[in-house]
Structures are given as C-alpha cells and as structure tokens.
Design a binder for this molecule. Structure first.
Ligand code: UFG
Length: 338
C-alpha cells in the first residue's frame, strides 16, 4: 500500500510540480484546491507526466465541512501545505484576504490534522519573512521582520506552528522558506500561469518574449548592486519540488520543527536574468528602466547550507535551465492552461 499525501494548493505552480515529484517517488496524492488562482486542467497535465492520477477535491480550506470530509475519506501519512495567495501589492491593499487565505486557512488545516491525528506537515513559507533588517545571505535563525502584509501572513502561520510543536512534541513539521521559484517542468506541460499581467519577473519576461506584452519594466536601476538592478535568489521549481519530497521524508522520522531555506545560495540581478533568458530563447527582450517598486529590497539570497546538511538537498539546475524551461512552457502554452 502506498502512503497517501495531501497537497493543498496542488494545482498551483509549486503544488503541481510537487505532485509530479510525489507521484514519481511512489506516493498517492490527494489535491485540495479552490482553483482561485489555478485551473483543474493542471491536474490532467500532472497525470500526463506522472502516468498516474491524483485524487482531487475542489474546496477552500476554510470550508470546514469539506475539509472534514477529505480527512474522513483518507488516511494521510502527511500534508504539504502549498495553498495560499502571494501577490505582494494586492496584499497591501487587501490584508483581510491575505490573513484569511494564508493564516486562517492554515489554522483550519492544522485543526483538522490534529483532530484526525495527522501530525506530519510541510509548510510553504517565504524568504520575505526575513525583511530588510536581516543580513545577506539570509540564515534561518535571522530575526523575522517582514515589511509586507504577505510576509507577515506567512510569519504568523510559522509562529502558530512553533506554538503547536511546543505544546505537543508529537508533531513533525518542516517550514520551507522559498526564495524565487521560476522555470517549469522540462516536459513543457506544466508551468507558471498567472492571471492578468504577471507581477513576477520570469513570467513577465516570458510574455514579452512571446509578444503578449510589449516590454519589461525593470523596477529600479539605482540599487546598490553591481549593475544597479535588484538581486534575488532564483531557483528552478523542479529543484524546489524535490526539496519538498526530501523534507517530507525527513520529517516522517523526525519529530519537532525544522526550518529550512530553499534557494540556490546566490543572487542574480534582473539584468542577468534578462540576459540569460535572451540567450536561452535566442531573442531580444524589450525592456526599459522604471521606478523602484514599493516594498522591494535591493538584494537578498539564501544561505542554503542547512538544507544540504539536513536533507542532502541543493538546487542543481542553473539559471540557463530555469530560462530554457520557462520559455519552453510559454511557447507550448502561449495562453497558459486556457
Ligand atoms: N522585477 C522587475 N520587473 C517586473 C517584475 C519584477 O524589475 O516586472 C524585479 C523586482 O523588482 C525584483 C525582481 O525582479 O528585483 C524579482 O521580482 P519578483 O516579483 O519576481 O519576485 P520578488 O523578489 O518580489 O518575490 C516576492 C517574494 C516571494 C513571493 C513573490 C510573490 O520573495 O516570496 O514575491 O509575488 F512569493
């Protein structure tokens, strides 16, 4: 009998790639998604890649009746909690939505887990929990001082998980702080499909390359970085998905709470990403320099040593591969999942 894993947000960008890795590793997968920012068709693509289907539920985590049903119908060995909302600017305008979807929903999930005696959880957090006071490269024990509503919604969920483990040491929890996941599955069947004009860099570049958007605005070129543009730690989404599986396998046997950065451990500037993409796609990206985006930091990247020490994980795919795979996905799916 295969072990069964619940993936919340399993139809999302990170969730879908993680489902593929879970299926390939031999787990059965149940996806719970409200499809607010994803499409059910994603899961058909996951089946195409993995050769096996996931069991799907369309429901919001805050809908306690449906959550109860999912936990009554399956005996889960663990939960990967990837569901959430993640647009920084929207969060500043609508904090209630962000605390509902990133905090309240997490609380509903762990409440259901506790009642059904499922105590193994991998939680999707973000490097934005560190904020501007932390020294670069970010280490996991750096103080948390997020400067956005989005970052605070993730930090609050992290705090609940700490309290949970303190109150009951039989929980096994991994908090994964993602840096900047980009790229796509090498099949080109699944990838990032933002609705509207993409706010993140890589999907924006892809849409310029395919002709859907006229140009990329580079937010700031007077930062104290080598070329003046913002520096981030981009990592390939398949590396990230592999990190989830390794974290899950680790916590199966290790009680307590483990917090890990998942990043490459080096930073790339916006201009470096543009150049790498141009090289991978063999075409020029139209760009212009624009004003800094409110809330953006100049430069940050991970100290990724702990994930390597504890899980034996490191990001193996380089920036060229990230761009090549993102571009393949965009070309094969000019309108996303439609
Ligand atoms: N950028 C541009 N032009 C764009 C988009 C981005 O120049 O059109 C720049 C940004 O200023 C930044 C870099 O590209 O320097 C990366 O920006 P992204 O928006 O791709 O990503 P962020 O670094 O802002 O990532 C943050 C958090 C993640 C979170 C994500 C959600 O680090 O945890 O936003 O949107 F998930």
């Amino acid at each position: 009998m295969r072990q069964k894993i619940l993936v919340t947000g399993g139809a999302g960008f990170i969730g879908s790639h993680t489902c593929v890795e879970l299926l390939a590793t031999g787990y059965d997968v149940v996806v719970l998604d409200n499809f607010s920012n994803s499409k059910p068709a994603v899961l058909d693509r996951v089946r195409q890649i993995a050769g096996r289907d996931v069991i799907r539920y369309e429901a919001d985590l805050r809908d306690r009746g449906n959550l109860e049903r999912v936990f009554s119908e399956h005996a889960f060995s663990g939960v990967l909690h990837c569901a959430g909302v993640k647009a920084i600017d929207e969060a500043q305008r609508n904090p209630i939505k962000y605390y509902q979807h990133n905090f309240e929903a997490s609380l509903a999930l762990i409440d259901a887990m506790a009642r059904h005696n499922v105590r193994r959880l991998v939680f999707s957090s973000s490097a934005t929990v560190y904020g501007e006071s932390a020294r670069v490269p970010y280490r996991e024990e750096a103080p948390l001082a997020p400067n956005t509503v989005y970052g605070r919604s993730k930090m609050m969920a992290e705090e609940v998980l700490h309290d949970l483990v303190s109150s009951d040491p039989s929980w096994h929890i991994a908090i994964l702080r993602y840096f900047n996941p980009v790229g796509a599955h090498p099949s080109g069947l699944i990838g990032e499909d933002p609705s509207g004009v993409p706010s993140n860099l890589m999907p924006h570049i892809c849409q310029v390359a395919i002709g859907k958007l006229p140009e990329l605005g580079i937010f700031g070129h007077d930062y104290p970085t080598p070329d003046g543009t913002g520096v981030r730690d981009y990592l390939h989404v398949v590396d990230l998905a592999e990190g989830h599986v390794k974290a899950l396998q680790y916590i199966f046997n290790e009680p307590g709470l483990l917090t890990l950065n998942l990043g490459n451990g080096r930073g790339y500037s916006v201009l470096e990403v543009v150049r790498a993409f141009e090289h991978a796609a063999g075409s020029r990206i139209n760009y212009k320099f624009a004003a800094r985006r409110a809330g953006d930091l100049a430069s940050y990247y991970a100290d990724a040593a702990r994930a390597n020490e504890v899980l034996g994980w490191r990001a193996r795919r380089d920036l060229t591969e990230m761009c090549r795979d993102a571009w393949r996905w965009q070309q094969q799916n000019p309108n996303g999942y439609e």
